[in-house]
Design a protein around this ligand. Structure first.
Ligand SMILES: Cc1cc2nc3c(=O)[nH]c(=O)nc-3n(C[C@H](O)[C@H](O)[C@H](O)COP(=O)(O)OP(=O)(O)OC[C@H]3O[C@@H](n4cnc5c(N)ncnc54)[C@H](O)[C@@H]3O)c2cc1C
Length: 432
């Protein structure tokens, strides 16, 4: 059995890559060990679309991807059933020393990201019920200092075009249905158990039922499992960036009164000062996630399949109590409600979108809890990369540049290289 390309993983990233490769005329088979599309880390995603990254490429990619979410039906280009919805909530990134305004506003200006600088009075006026206190650094609840008064006040930078996608799994299914429309085939409930090569070039993948799919190109989009797929292919030896799965919880709570003014979803808040992020939900809810404050132990795991999928009372209480310092009318429920998922964390919280030293074997991995938003673009980036490399381009020496159609930026794919120096400007958190 043969196909041009095998994509390993039918998450939002794999589905997007399948769509663009199929749209470009290749025969594509997507293999996923789960029983449906988007059931991996994609299903737990908070699906926030925002622009605060530490690199030009990161910001330019998210700005271009937001244009694709806004024109979702046009991007898909065909009938896919119920489409996912982009909610333009806006987001305010509260001031913090680990990701100061000075570092990213210069890049916002270069890319053309629209923003407003807010002082603490504006912040208070624009976000109902917000406490503008500066509490840095984030602390454990058991630490008496957690309850100390604010040391001063803070403001933030508001990006009105930020928001979130209503249903991340549905978005992945939309992409998969569009890929099917262009002939891509999805093989679900089938795990890739071997990657074969000959003469330094990938030749086939083998599935757990013994099927051998011969192919000229493989894309590893296996999310938190991607390290294992690299091991099967024998690649990784020349990577300067390593990746590691990390368990992460997101709490679901009722929003405090007034957070959803006039029936809107409310402004999302990135709050590294207290170690949380807050996102409104249609129907009156709030999502509260964590931003890996230094005081919290990181939940590194070896086996993504063994990660507890349920929220745990201590993490729920910590996240929601921190959020309740920011939104004073937020009540911390007794019962933990939410989800837990697994991030595929790269050393510098920046993804790896690249070729490897095995010809024909590509990776879209290390998405570090922050690449859902870029998924529709990642299919285009990987397709451009694969086409150029297969045509003989030396991407390692002279990185492929992608001309963003909607926003006019040039995105240097060298920023996502497996061999890049670790990005020292990274916030060291999910913000990238
Ligand atoms: C809790 C949480 C919150 C997040 N919030 C945000 C956010 O607000 N904004 C944002 O931009 N990003 C966010 N992210 C990150 C974003 O969701 C991920 O970057 C993205 O979903 C990764 O998609 P993926 O397709 O690479 O991986 P996945 O969705 O994990 O897909 C990988 C697939 O590979 C399959 N697979 C694995 N091994 C094999 C094998 N051997 N054979 C066949 N198939 C295999 C798995 O079954 C899985 O379906 C969040 C992530 C989490 C976990």
């Amino acid at each position: 059995m043969g196909t041009d390309v095998v994509v390993v993983g039918a998450g939002v990233i794999g589905a997007s890559i399948a769509l663009e490769l199929a749209r470009a005329g290749r025969s594509v088979a997507v293999v996923d060990k789960a029983g449906g599309v988007g059931l991996g880390s994609t299903s737990a995603s908070s699906a926030i679309v925002r622009f605060n990254y530490s690199t030009h490429a990161g910001i330019a990619a998210s700005w271009e991807a937001a244009a694709l979410w806004r024109a979702w039906q046009d991007h898909l280009g065909c009938e896919v059933g119920e489409p996912a919805r982009f909610e333009r909530s806006g987001m305010v990134m509260l001031d913090t020393d680990v990701a100061p305004r000075s570092r990213y506003l210069r890049l916002f200006d270069q890319v053309g990201v629209v923003y407003e600088e807010w002082d603490s009075a504006t912040l208070a006026a624009r976000v109902p019920g917000i406490d503008t206190g500066r509490y840095w650094p984030p602390k454990r609840l058991a630490d008496q200092a957690f309850w100390a008064d604010a040391t001063s006040t803070l403001g933030g930078v508001f990006t009105p075009d930020a928001g979130f996608v209503s249903d991340p799994q549905l978005a992945a299914q939309n992409l998969a249905n569009a890929a099917r429309h262009h002939g891509a085939e999805f093989r679900l409930r089938r795990a890739v158990v071997a990657v074969e090569s000959s003469g330094g070039r990938v030749t086939a993948v083998v599935l757990d039922d013994g099927t051998r799919l011969s192919c000229a190109t493989v894309v590893n989009a296996a999310g938190p499992w991607s390290g294992r797929i690299n091991e099967l292919a024998g690649v990784g030896g020349d990577f300067s960036i390593s990746t590691r799965p990390m368990r992460q919880e997101v709490a679901y709570v009722p929003a405090p009164p007034g957070f959803h003014p006039d029936g809107t979803v409310g402004i999302s808040i990135a709050d590294l000062d207290l170690g949380t992020y807050i996102r409104g939900e249609t129907g009156g809810g709030l999502l509260v996630g964590g931003t890996e404050p230094e005081c919290d132990p990181m939940q590194w795991i070896d086996d993504p399949d063994a990660a507890n999928p349920s929220p745990t009372p201590p993490v729920f209480e910590a996240q929601v109590t921190r959020a309740a310092r920011r939104l004073s009318d937020l009540v911390v429920p007794n019962r933990a409600r939410g989800v837990a998922g697994v991030y595929d964390v790269a050393d510098d919280w920046t993804p790896i979108y690249d070729r490897t030293d095995l010809d024909g074997f590509y990776v879209a991995m290390g998405t570090s809890g922050n690449q859902f938003k870029n998924a529709p673009l990642v299919g285009l980036l990987m397709t451009a990369l694969i086409e150029r490399v297969e045509a003989g381009a030396d991407h390692d020496a002279d990185p492929v540049r992608y001309a963003a159609k909607h926003t006019g930026s040039t995105i240097d794919l060298g920023a996502f290289s497996r061999r890049r120096p670790v990005n020292s400007g990274s916030s060291g958190t999910v913000m990238g």
